[in-house]
Ligand binder design. Structure first.
Ligand code: NAP
Length: 247
């Protein structure tokens, strides 16, 4: 990679986003580390990246809020004047039987998981068009395809990403922009924090690869989709689920 490319990773303070930011920094990208509430986690990642000689900065923003996203992008325009890769990773996973799911909870999940991708992509687009280069990578879920008991709001938000990804791939390909989606299965992060060791081992036994995924399993796929080697991959979904997507 001759020029230093830049990447915004939303929700990079922990979990999958953290691993993606770390991996892209190791691949030579300058990173904008977006976080919302976990400033300590974001600062720890910033130190890890800068200590290893790579470039990064922090951007606090609620990606479900338009003004907050616009503020983050004005910081990006000021610092870099460009954006090569946008990873729409930030998301929440709250479980509730449909009968007790109230409208505010539904809207919170849809806005955190889907509106956020719309808002960030809309801000990134003018920069990417001007460069005639861009990579948008949406972190969805296998539940987008399978549905989720007590997670209708979550599955709906992640299914929405399928339509967004495919439509934008068609619309933006002519501008040198690719739009792809990664659909993780069960990945060891705070989202699985409520599971006991016994439940995790039961879960592993049901996965064809017989293990829970690690955030780095997702990060390496994102790094490929962000690389020059992936220039003809557009509108794709990559399942990172140890095969559980098939069951
Ligand atoms: P996590 O450990 O709970 O991390 C979620 C991240 O999203 C945090 O950095 C959090 O920031 C950020 N975030 C949430 N709401 C935000 C908002 N409004 N504005 C900005 N940042 C926000 O979860 P994870 O497992 O890494 O999940 C990452 C993505 O992968 C999510 O989209 C999730 O749906 C998807 N996914 C996860 C799994 C899994 O098994 N873990 C499976 C399929 C898909 P703060 O902590 O700073 O507030």
């Amino acid at each position: 990679m001759s020029l230093t490319r830049t990447a915004l990773v939303t929700g990079a303070s922990r979990g999958i986003g953290r691993a993606i930011a770390h991996r892209l920094a190791s691949s030579g990208f300058s990173i904008c580390i977006n976080y919302f509430e976990n400033r300590a986690g974001a600062e720890a990642l910033l130190s890890t990246i800068t200590d290893s000689g790579s470039d990064a900065f922090l951007a606090m923003a609620d990606v479900s809020d338009q003004a907050s996203v616009q503020g983050m992008f004005s910081e990006i325009r000021k610092k870099w004047g460009r954006l090569d890769v946008l990873v729409n990773n930030a998301g929440i996973y709250q479980r509730s039987p449909f009968e007790s799911l109230d409208f505010p909870s539904w809207k919170r999940t849809l806005s955190s998981n889907l509106d956020s991708a719309f808002l960030c992509t809309a801000e990134a687009l003018p920069l990417m068009k001007e460069q005639h280069f861009g990579r948008v990578i949406n972190i969805s879920s296998q539940l987008a395809f399978k549905g989720s008991r007590h997670g209708a709001h979550y599955a709906a938000s992640k299914s929405g990403m399928i339509g967004l990804t495919r439509s934008l791939a068609i619309e933006l390909g002519q501008f040198g922009i690719t739009v792809n989606m990664v659909a993780p299965g069960s990945i060891r992060t705070r989202i699985l924090g409520g599971y006991t060791e016994e439940q995790l081992s039961e879960l592993s036994s049901q996965i064809p690869s017989r293990r829970i995924g690690e955030p780095e399993d997702v990060a390496s796929v994102v790094a490929f989709l962000a690389s020059d080697e992936a220039s003809y991959v557009n509108g794709a979904t990559v399942s990172v689920s140890g095969g559980s997507f098939l069951l």
